[in-house]
Design a binder for this molecule. Sequence first.
Ligand SMILES: Cc1cc2nc3c(=O)[nH]c(=O)nc-3n(C[C@H](O)[C@H](O)[C@H](O)COP(=O)(O)O)c2cc1C
Length: 762
Amino acid sequence: MEKYKFQVDILDPNNPIDADKLVHLKNNSNIQIFDEIESQLLEYTKLFIPNEKSDKVIENAKKQYFDTGNKNNIGVWVYYPWNNHLVHLLDENKFIKLRTARNMYKISEEEQIELKAKKIGVVGLSVGHAIALTIAQERICGEIRLADFDSIELSNLNRIRTNVKNIGMNKAILTAREILEIDPFLKLTIFDKGLNTQNYSEFLTETAQLDLVIEECDCFETKIEIRKKCKNLNIPVIMHTTDRELLDIERFDLEPDRPLFHGLTNLENKTNLKNLTNEEKIPLVLDILGINDASDRLKSSMLEIEQSINSWPQLASSVSNGAGIATHVARRILLSTHTQSGRYYFDLDEELDKNQPTSTKTESNNLNKSQESITTNKELVKDISANEYEFSCAKKIIIDKNLSATVPIIKSKISECIDCANQAPSGGNIQPWKWIIHNDLVFLFIDKSRAGIFLDINYLASHLALGAAAENFKIAAEKNGMTFETIYPDSFPCVAIFKQTKKLELTTTMPDLFNEIFKRKTNRKKASKQEIKTSTFSKLTTACESIEGTKVIFKTDPSDIAELSDIFAESEKCRFFHKQCHEEMYNEIRWNKKEVDDSRDGIDIDTLYLSNLDLAGLKLSKSWSVVELLKKVKGGKGIESFSLKQIEKSPAIGCIITDKNDPLSFFHGGQALEKLWLTASKEGLSLQPMTSICYLLTRLYLKPETLPAWLKKDLLSLKNKFTPIIPHSSDNGLVLLFRLFYSDQEPIASLKRPVEKVSQFL
Ligand SMILES: Cc1cc2nc3c(=O)[nH]c(=O)nc-3n(C[C@H](O)[C@H](O)[C@H](O)COP(=O)(O)O)c2cc1C
């Protein structure tokens, strides 16, 4: 049975043994006989008299050429055991000549003969199926070796052109059968167990070495292994990827030292590439494809793998294109008319959209012009040279408020205090503070060039950050035996003024929380299971609520935590799906050490502790058009599950709320947050803010008109879920939601800008 799976019997009626078999077959009623030898003889004859129009002349020529008594003995009979078909065909050479006649002169006769001696191996017969059939149809080789362990599934039939009755059949056997039904004289070897350490050499060199390998499999280990072996054997490899019609040519025959995959990835140094889930494959696929080069549709689809779809999309049109492109390039390589290695895009959309009026360009462009236009404020204040603006504000406040210092300040001590203030948390680590010291008064400003993003409604999140910074400033001052009166000038962007009230005096008393200032960090790592004692919660509550008008709610009940996690995950998705938020969120990310060291602000990618998969997801959704497509297909589960993964197992979630939701309340909220966070740090606790829900709801309460309809609808439903767990009214300030947990690993510290960058003595 095995043998018949894909091999045919080519029977020569003039050979007694075959003639015998033929008799049996023809007497077997289950056998279907196809005998169109007449038309083949006629066509073949015409090859030699292409300009002859008279059927009579042609008929005569045919008689002369093929004048035998019994037509049944002309040519061969091919028996297909898998469908019991018996087909009468010309003998091999005449069959090949006639079947390739319409290749001429795109392929010359000499080239056709040269190609007949070539051997091609195809690994992976999903995309490879169409390529193998096109190679066979164009007959650009005489032998094909087919490897694939997988069987046909119904979901393959969106791109593998075959009959539904073949569901369940091994892809290598199926491809072999379909090739032999086009050309039974092609020499085929199949590897229906796929490739493995035992049969690589059989596949590559048995009887004779392959001239070309076409690699189309999904197994990364095989992708690496086959290339390593081809490199050693100097066999060229090509690979078609069904995204943007990408074709890779690796001429290991002409460039024996060529790095695998053009040196674009270091896959070959990676281990345990076997049996990866589709999700685990994503970072590797992107490694090969190049995250910036993949199409938007593929990127957004990648984000939905094992969320709303099982695997990445592959379209029939692209598989068919790939078959054509790969066969074309294979022919050129085998005829040595193309020698370059490299990566080639035959991107139809790019070509089609070239001269296309923008309105009909592929959807991503359209979507870019959606309603959510951006007003970045960076341009607004760029031209104001450093601090001049704030200096003039400070001078004006001094006059307006008739302010004067009573105790002269000591520059170095103030800088020390500002350095402590600098360690404070801020959304996106944007550090929106600026210190102007003038006339022995310390002015704390919101640096508008760094503030005012969509989530920083009315600069509330910035006021919070300044509150936290101010708290550190005061603790540091106390450590240095200085005390300051805080004045709130209510003249934005100046938020607070510190007037020293007591001369510096040497003191031994170390303020309780001073040592935590440089220890406190946002921790985005997984929570350990350790529970938090009630006594610890009361210490945190005392610290926070020592600031008037603030309160903190802690939730430890697992169902509340689960509900809050879901709410947070949905709000993170809303943030992703809002164009301005998306852009501002990505502006905050520092992708490598150079960016981190150069800016000393923003979110250092390493502090997110992303898995390869999550990092791939974050990179994939960097371009807005990808997220827009995701939104269109109601995707984004990946974003939610990433957020949920961060929070899972956290023993407590807290929320700081202020009586009012005005800027000063948020400033005090920031002071309360810092006191709570430093206390938490002292208790060995880790904390991670989870704020999108707070600031999106605050925008719903304060500026609903600035929300697109879809976001308003989503936020109203989130509000209805959030409020029962975290009771508050729209007049309250939702300062910060955060998770609290013990972690057995110290997180990476976020860099802060140096004192001289955030302050100036004038
Ligand atoms: C208003 C505000 C919102 C924040 N939101 C988040 C958040 O949603 N997710 C998060 O991981 N960290 C958040 N953070 C933490 C900051 O990213 C962090 O404070 C900043 O990167 C500086 O790092 P550090 O806290 O370790 O000093 C927030 C901080 C503040 C003050």
